[in-house]
Structure formats: C-alpha cells, structure tokens
Design a protein around this ligand. Structure first.
Ligand code: SAH
Length: 230
C-alpha cells in the first residue's frame, strides 16, 4: 500500500516511520510512504505557502495554488481514483473501522494542514474526505497523519502477526482482556490461576468475560452495537 503525505514539515515523520514495525514494513516493501514538501510548489522567492485570511482575523491560511500544484503533480492520472484525505479537527472521527476500510485500498493521499487550516476551495474541490483523530486541536496535521499511517499499516497483511489482530481492542466491539507474563508471582501479586491451568476453553471464557466487564465499565457505548453483551 502506498501513502502520499503532503506537508510543509516532512522532517516530522522521520521518527515515527524510521523505527520498529513501520520501518520493517517499508523495508519489506509492504508499505511505501512518500513525503511531499508542499513548499516545493510555494509561490515567489520565499516559496510562500500561506497568506492572511480574507475578511481579517488571526493567523494565516494555507493557500490553494501550492496545494493543488503539489497534489496534482504527484498524483497525476491517479488523482481520480485516489482518496485525498485532509487532516482536520472538523473531519469525521477516525476509528478502527475506518482504518480497516482504508487498509484495503492500494493508495491514499494524506494532506497536513498548518496555521488556521487550508483555503476552503481546497476542501471543496480537491479533498475527498476529512478525518479528525480526536476532539482536540493539534498545531498541524503531521501527527494526525502519522497516527493514521500507523493504525492502517498494521492492518496490511504481513505487517504484524495476523493472530494479534483478531483479539485486540475494537476488533470484536470489545476492549481487550488483561495480559500477564512471567513471573507468576510478583511482589505478592499473583497471575489469575485460570491462565496457568492449561484449559483453553476456560481461558477463552475468562478472557471474554474480562473483556465484557472492562468494556461495560470503561466504554458502555461500545456495547450498544455488540451482539453478545448480555
Ligand atoms: N483553526 C482550525 C485548527 C487548525 S490546527 C480549527 O479551528 O478547526 C492546524 C492543522 O492541524 C489543521 O489544519 C489540521 O490539518 C491539523 N489538525 C489539528 N487538529 C487536528 C485533529 N484533531 N485531527 C486531525 N488534524 C488536526
């Protein structure tokens, strides 16, 4: 799967993409991440990408011409079939469900806003979807784009062990059950004995019960659409 990321701070991605699972996925060519500096299409000697808002008010606005030029030059004919997704606090809330949907696509473009955001004509005529990673305001879309790449990438077949995906939080509408590893006794705190019993069916029942209880306590909203919530 290919991600094209449009940003004025491509350097912000070197940390998250150059370590661990994402790095390995890129090295194994399961994942292709291309960073595009919008400033390459900036205007004038200073390669400006922003300007003051019409109508006045605080801050700057990312101008339409550099964004259109950068995205059109990069995607070319692929523009018609590639989702061009703007990182935006007023977008649809990003969820595991949306990540699953995106992980089935061959290519997506992520556009990172800065300042007060982007000229509305970019949203109206170039962007096909807007995603928010939560109800708070970041200084820019870069961290949001990194979150989306991270969440989507681990769903691509081969990036991580398929079994880990089956039982984790949200996969079946529940939060995940608790995990334990050695030692069996630590400072007097014991691992639940059922996990040491070797009875697979009982372990599975215990885990499901724990997942249900945790979800009921922390996220009762998730149980509304969970079939087995009794
Ligand atoms: N003035 C804007 C906020 C701009 S923040 C407003 O009130 O809506 C600057 C940029 O950060 C945005 O253009 C967007 O790309 C990114 N951003 C900020 N918060 C975000 C969030 N919760 N999810 C996704 N992107 C976000």
């Amino acid at each position: 799967m290919r991600f094209d990321i449009f940003t004025i701070f491509p350097g912000m991605f070197s940390g998250p993409f150059n370590e661990s699972i994402l790095r390995r996925a890129v090295d194994r060519e399961l994942l292709d991440i291309a960073l595009h500096d919008i400033r390459d299409h900036g205007v004038g000697r200073h390669r400006a990408v922003d300007d003051t808002p019409y109508g006045g008010g605080a801050g700057m606005v990312m101008a339409a011409p550099p964004l259109f030029a950068s995205i059109e030059a990069t995607l070319g004919n692929a523009l018609t079939e590639t989702p061009v997704i703007l990182m935006s606090p007023s977008g649809e809330r990003f969820t595991q469900q949306i990540a699953r949907e995106l992980s089935n696509l061959p290519r997506i473009a992520l556009v990172c806003g800065r300042y007060e955001g982007v000229d509305q004509r970019v949203r109206d005529h170039l962007i096909t979807r807007e995603l928010s990673i939560g109800d708070y305001v970041l200084t820019g879309g870069e961290l949001a784009a990194a979150v989306i790449v991270d969440v989507v990438a681990r769903l691509i077949p081969g990036v991580i062990d398929a079994e880990s995906l089956e039982e984790e939080s949200f996969s079946d509408g529940l939060l995940e059950y608790p995990h334990y590893t050695r030692p069996a006794s630590f400072r007097g705190w014991e691992v639940p004995s059922v996990l040491l019993s070797g009875h697979h069916a009982e372990i599975a029942r215990w885990r499901h019960e724990q997942a249900l209880q945790l979800t009921r306590r922390r996220r009762p909203d998730l149980l509304d659409d969970h079939s087995d919530s009794s």
